[in-house]
Structures are given as C-alpha cells and as structure tokens.
Design a protein around this ligand. Structure first.
Ligand code: LMR
Length: 329
C-alpha cells in the first residue's frame, strides 16, 4: 500500500511538472499547408521549446474553433489567445488597415515589405494595440488572383453583373462595385460551397488559398491579376499578455521573430509551387482556363480599379495612402 501511494505521488508530481503553466489557443481559418498555417505550427513548436514546456500552443486551423470575425471578439475576453486574421478582417476595428486592400497599390513584394517594415506599418500596429490587442507581427500571404465560373476575365467589363465573394472590407466591396459586379461578403469557411452551388460566381484570393481550399476545382476561369494584397497581422489577447511574466513575454517575442522570418520565405515558395500544381491540373483536365494579362490589358484594370482611391481618402487617410505609394518610388 505504502509503495503504491509512493508511486502514485511520483507519477502525479511528474505529470504536474509536465503540465504547462500557460495554454495559448491559436485560431486561424486556412489549411495547415499555407504560409500562415506553417508559421503558426512553427511558432507553437518554438514557444514550447524556448519556454521548456511552460507555454503550450494549440493551433486550430481551418476555422475549427471559429471564424475570424468571432475570434477578434473572443480574444477581448481571453477565450482565444492568438489569431492572425487578414488585414481586411480588422477594418471594422481599425479602418486604416483597409490601406492594404486598395487595388494595385503595391508594385511588388519589395514595395509592400518596405511599407510593412517602415513607418506606416508601425503606425498601424500601434492603432491595433490601442484597441485592446497586442500586435505582434505581420505575416505574408501574397497577391490575389480572380477566379470565376462564367467567362474569362480579360477586360474589367468582363466582370459586369457577376457575383464575387469578398472579405468584409469596404474597399473590397467598392472594388467590385467599380466593375459593376456584385460583391457578397462571406466568411472564408463558406467560400467553397458558395462557389460550388453557384451562390457566387467568383472570388479573389491568393494562389495558396485557392489551391489548398480547392476553389480551382469549382471554377472555370482564373486570371493572374495580382490586383490586391492579402496579408495578416498576428495578434494576442491583451488580457493573456498582461498575465505573462517578463521571461515568458521574451519567449513569445523570440518565437514570433523566428516564425515571421520563415513565414515570408514560405509565402513566396508556397504561392509559386502551388501555382505550378494548379497549372498542372488545368493542363491535364482542361477544366480550368488560366489567363495571364498582357501589359495593355492589365493597365485597363489598373486604371479602372485605382479610380476608387479618392473615396477612401477620408477613411484611410490621404497621407497614409501617399506615404505607402511613395515607398515604392
Ligand atoms: C479570406 O477570408 O479569404 C482570407 O482572409 C483567408 C486567410 O486567412 O487567408
């Protein structure tokens, strides 16, 4: 009996020492095989290593826990500790983040990174911090492409009358209105079935999201438009952060730094390699027609879509928009 009790207390002590002091639920809506999915898993691994098991990170992909709109609310009362919603999803909270939704704002990824890593990027992180979150980093996805089921989108007029799923963002809604198309706001988890059932005709997203969620299998046309950018802000619940001791805050910062550096590389690699896979599907099955716009064709889209900027001078700030443009000159 004595021996049994002794063994029991040893086992209990061991399991207690193995139990984490802090648990982070990290919720996101995409597949694990995406830049964000991989970085979230890597972050989890590094936090556990660096904290020697004191912090456990449980990653919930594919909107398993909740969607992005709900997550920002849940984080307020620490029901979820971390998320990395796209900028568009923050625009109800910080309308200035719609800057990144402006079509054809960035020349390329270098231009975009200059903005994120510079004064404008810092200003936007500060704005989110003031809203009761701890803004930890920017994570990349990439530029968005258009897909639809009705006709090839070559001229801006080709989108007329078509229904497109958009994320919840005034800029994205206005973008499709400028094309005389019909924007429909839907959560990411509903896009595949909305496309499959014809609730919407098309959508805009990155290659990585189009590939991992198989949108291309329920669409007939894809235009490589690179017309807008989709990226993320990684945020933590302020309530949770405030409970962490200084050494554990250091662990989080270090793990985020490492995950962010890797994430940028994965974003580029995955969007490239997954495009090759979509192309292979298109070539093999003949069920998807991919259009690469010529310079003149692209210019027409640029002209049409940039015309919406003045409508957002008030909401985003003309100054912020001009600073972002200037970073690319
Ligand atoms: C979307 O809703 O299309 C994206 O925000 C999904 C994501 O997180 O990349």
């Amino acid at each position: 009996m004595k021996l049994f009790k002794g063994l029991l207390s040893i086992t209990l002590a061991a399991s207690l020492s193995m139990a984490a002091d802090y648990v982070i639920k990290f919720s996101h809506v995409v597949s694990p095989n995406t830049p964000k999915g991989k970085a979230a898993n890597y972050f989890a691994k590094r936090v556990e290593e660096l904290s020697h098991g004191k912090i456990k990170v449980k990653v919930y992909p594919n909107a398993q826990l909740c969607g992005d709109k709900v997550v920002l609310r849940k984080m307020k009362f620490n029901a979820v500790q971390m998320a990395a919603p796209s900028f568009s999803k923050f625009t109800g909270l910080v309308p200035q983040l719609a800057l990144f939704d402006l079509p054809f704002l960035f020349n390329d990824a270098d231009h975009l990174h200059k903005v994120l890593d510079g004064e404008v990027g810092q200003k936007l992180l500060d704005m989110v911090n003031k809203k009761g979150y701890v803004a930890l980093a920017y994570w990349d996805n990439g530029f968005k492409q258009l897909t639809d089921s009705k006709r090839p989108l070559i001229k801006p007029e080709d989108a007329k009358g078509l229904k497109f799923r958009v994320m919840s963002s005034k800029v994205l809604i206005e973008q499709f209105k400028a094309l005389d198309a019909i924007p429909v706001v839907l959560p990411f988890s509903e896009v595949y079935s909305a496309l499959q059932q014809g609730v919407v005709d098309g959508q805009e997203n990155t290659i990585s999201n189009i590939y991992t969620k198989k949108f291309y299998e329920v669409q007939k046309y894809m235009t490589i438009s690179n017309h807008g950018y989709l990226g993320y802000m990684v945020v933590m619940s302020k309530k949770f952060w405030n409970k962490l001791p200084a050494d554990m805050k250091k662990v989080i910062k270090q793990a985020i730094k490492e995950a962010t550096a890797k994430e940028r590389v994965w974003a580029k690699e995955l969007n490239d390699s997954q495009f090759a896979k979509i192309k292979e599907y298109a070539d093999k099955t003949g069920k998807l027609q991919i259009t690469h716009l010529t310079k003149a064709q692209r210019d027409a889209w640029v002209k049409k879509l940039r015309s919406i900027y003045p409508k957002f001078y008030g909401m985003i700030g003309k100054d912020l928009i001009q600073k972002a443009i200037k970073a690319g000159e």
